[in-house]
Design a protein. Sequence first.
Length: 202
Amino acid sequence: MRVKICGLHPARDVQVCIDLGVNFLGFVFYTKSPRNVNLKEIEALKNYNRLNSKFVAVTVNPSNEFIKNIVQKHFDYIQLHGSETKERVEEIKSMGLKIIKAIKVRDEKDINEYKKYESADIILFDTPGMEKSIEFPKDLILKLPRGERFALAGSISQNNIENIKKLGITFCDLSSNLETDDEIGYKDHQKIKKFIDKVNEI
């Protein structure tokens, strides 16, 4: 099971995730999000030996200026969570970046949207709630394409990851379920460790 943890803080959370072997570390660049990263803080990312972990800039309709000045300098992947067209995704890909394209799934017909984005390295199927952690319906999970290119987000936790794996999912993305109970956007390192221990166990 490959794991991506989103909404991380560049100084506080990175080393623990690298040490635990988290595959993808996501940093949110979206001003409306409580997990939004201060651009001044991303310089800290240069200080880490990433080992096998990949750094992901999570964006919504990013500008070319942002991609060139921020993403290309600090990140291995860019995650596109906005209304990017097939052509826009191909344009960003041509800048030399690896791409995660998020697909919001409300019903079965939304799943086929991924076919538009052949240039994306990873397709992330998410619920419409984005950061609000709405659970992904089991009947729709069963209809998702399978393979290393496809990831699932939506209320995944230590409590349901075993069942999700049994449904054939091999790549998951988490955020809010790994946070402290009393502060949105603040990751709980013990929850991260327990989740990764569970993933390694199943």
